[in-house]
Design a protein around this ligand. Structure first.
Ligand code: IPD
Ligand code: CA
Ligand code: CA
Length: 264
């Protein structure tokens, strides 16, 4: 499949970082049995992946700024272009030897995400989107699912847990959605949750307490696959500032957003 030069740069960076990440994941699986666990090792793997991504992306587009989960903001000489990168989305899964994690790279241009790549090194699934040019999984064009009934829908979410999020609110939201859907999932990698919505595997997804690097590439993927994304108040450009998101096809997204808003 023929991609633009920009997407090729992003894919090359993702594949390079993925090689080490995949090796490190194999090592993490071995470390599970040790009492200390693989915690420090995973932190190092995460940082290493970001360093590779940052080096490769800045080498290819020297003026662009960089926002990464591990290293924060690096200003570029070109203020209109910024890479938004999560080197390892799904850290808890990675740490536990669960192969549901990904590298996520978005490019924000003048306030809009114009390119996104999400890559799972274990399944070798490469999700790619460019603004106005569609969304793809490997070489296959993606469309969001067409289901119109919540009762037929499988929905993913994020859940509060020890030390993170508002448990009471989370429970209210769960009970608002749980009784109305065919199935709920909590996979633990926001970038892949969004990629799965784009691929029509999931009918919808919502989560609170996210960061731009969790969502940037995924938002574009869903939209380029014909889906809708807003924050939980229904604004289509509030996700990065409000830090919450709801995605799906037009009908499911709207219904989820309405139910969640009423539960909040
Ligand atoms: C996390 C994952 C997870 C979501 C968390 C994120 P990380 O990212 O996307 O699914 O529930 O809110 O922080 O820490 O694994 O990069
Ligand atoms: Ca993340
Ligand atoms: Ca991360």
């Amino acid at each position: 499949m023929q991609h633009s030069a920009l997407i090729n740069v992003m894919i090359a960076a993702a594949r390079k970082a993925a090689r080490t990440l995949k090796r490190d994941f194999g090592e993490v699986e071995n470390l599970q049995v040790s009492l200390k666990g693989p915690g420090n090792f995973v932190t190092a793997a995460d940082r290493k992946a970001e360093e590779t991504l940052k080096t490769e992306l800045i080498k290819a587009r020297p003026g662009y700024g960089f926002l990464g989960e591990e290293s924060g903001t690096t200003a570029g000489t070109d203020p209109s272009n910024t890479w938004i990168v999560d080197p390892l989305d799904g850290t808890t899964n990675f740490l536990h030897g669960i192969p549901q994690f990904a590298i996520s790279i978005g490019l924000e241009r003048s306030g809009t995400v114009v390119a996104g790549v999400i890559y799972n090194p274990i399944t070798d699934e490469l999700f790619v989107a460019e603004r106005g040019k569609g969304a793809f999984l490997n070489d296959r064009r993606l469309r969001v699912a067409a289901r119109k009934q919540l009762g037929d829908s499988v929905i993913a979410c994020g859940l509060p847990h020890l030390g993170r999020g508002d448990l009471e609110l989370g429970l209210r939201e769960l009970s608002a959605i749980q009784s109305k859907v065919a199935g709920l999932r909590r996979f633990g990698a926001a970038a892949l949750d969004l990629a799965f919505v784009a691929a029509g595997r999931l009918d919808g997804y919502w989560e609170r307490n996210l960061q731009p690097w969790d969502m940037a590439a995924g938002i574009l993927l869903v939209r380029e696959a014909g889906g809708f994304v807003t924050d939980l108040d229904g604004n289509s450009d509030g996700m990065f500032t409000k830090r919450h998101i709801v995605a799906g096809n037009e009908t499911i997204q709207r219904e989820l957003q309405t139910l969640l808003k009423a539960a909040a």
